[in-house]
Design a protein around this ligand. Structure first.
Ligand code: AMP
Length: 283
């Protein structure tokens, strides 16, 4: 049987556990998550194991990245199942702070990102989001002091924002992006997929199909504005409310007009019933 990871819930306990891991295993990789773990998270853990002697996974549903109208209260939580899965994967440490350990009474500081966090994508529809993410990820990086931290390309703008934040604040943790894990029909794995009704679940892969089709048409030299208009119509006709379908420069996230302006990343966000899904694809 695999050994259960050390589970810590306070910063002093974390520091002690990290110091011991450092002594025994030299290097540490961190995989930040909000729990409700799935194959996407597990793939980050497997990448982490290749990159460091010890793997720490944080599980914290961060209240600061949810707007009052969003799903903080109902966000799926299953700590026992998460720990069982992380045990099988050989994770060394689970950092599962309480809200009070992360944001004690009187907490008054925020990290406020600009640049990729103001690209006019997720930030337009979730204005609270990236400030909450960078505040908690900066804290996680400083708490754990990992050599490397693994993030999914699934949240592409977030990956760019966190990379920029770590670099701007001279935090020595190296941010590494890992490929999106998908269901067989192309739907990107997400903790929020459990919200989908059976009928919505059938519809959901339309997003990936549109991304793939749009990427192929961009490569074939068709006009990007026309491709995106067609894609938005396809997604809308399938029953979604589209927040955005955009072609952006893969590094700067600036809008692009032609294939030559690339490398291009296609990014989409759309709502299906009560569930908001995001996805993206390189061209
Ligand atoms: P979350 O728990 O949703 O905040 O995600 C934690 C980390 O897992 C983030 O770096 C996500 O980008 C990553 N992640 C979520 N879904 C996937 C997926 N389908 N494939 C790869 N990484 C993912």
């Amino acid at each position: 049987m695999a050994r259960k990871p050390i589970i810590v819930r306070t910063v002093p306990a974390l520091r002690k556990a990290i110091a011991q891991l450092r002594k025994r295993r030299k290097t540490i990789a961190l995989v930040p998550t909000m729990g409700a773990l799935h194959e996407g998270h597990f793939s980050l853990v497997r990448h982490a194991r290749k990159r460091a002697g010890a793997v720490a996974v944080s599980i914290f549903v961060n209240p600061k990245q949810f707007a009052p109208t969003e799903d903080f209260g109902s966000y799926p939580r299953n700590f026992a199942r998460d720990v069982a899965a992380l045990t099988e994967l050989g994770v060394d440490l689970v950092w599962a702070p309480t809200d009070a350990a992360m944001y004690p009474d009187g907490f008054s500081t925020a990290v406020l990102p600009d640049g990729p966090a103001k690209a006019g994508l997720e930030d337009t529809y979730r204005p609270h989001f990236f400030g909450g993410v960078t505040t908690v990820v900066a804290k996680l990086f400083l708490q754990v002091g990992a050599d490397v931290a693994l993030f999914g390309q699934k949240d592409y703008q977030q990956l760019k924002v966190v990379t920029r934040m770590a670099s701007d604040l001279d935090i020595p943790t190296k941010v590494v992006g890992c490929p999106t894990v998908r269901e067989k029909d192309g739907l990107a794995l997400s903790s929020r997929n459990v919200y989908l009704s059976p009928a919505e679940r059938q519809t959901a892969p339309v997003l990936y199909r549109v991304l793939k089709d749009s990427a192929a048409r961009i490569k074939a030299g068709e006009t990007i504005a026309k491709i995106l208009a067609d894609g938005r119509a396809t997604i809308t006709n399938a029953g979604f409310a589209v927040d955005y379908l955009e072609a952006r420069h893969a590094e700067t996230l600036e809008p692009v007009a032609t294939y030559g302006d690339g490398p291009i990343r296609l990014l989409v966000a759309a709502r299906l019933g009560k569930t908001r899904l995001i996805d993206n694809l390189g061209v």
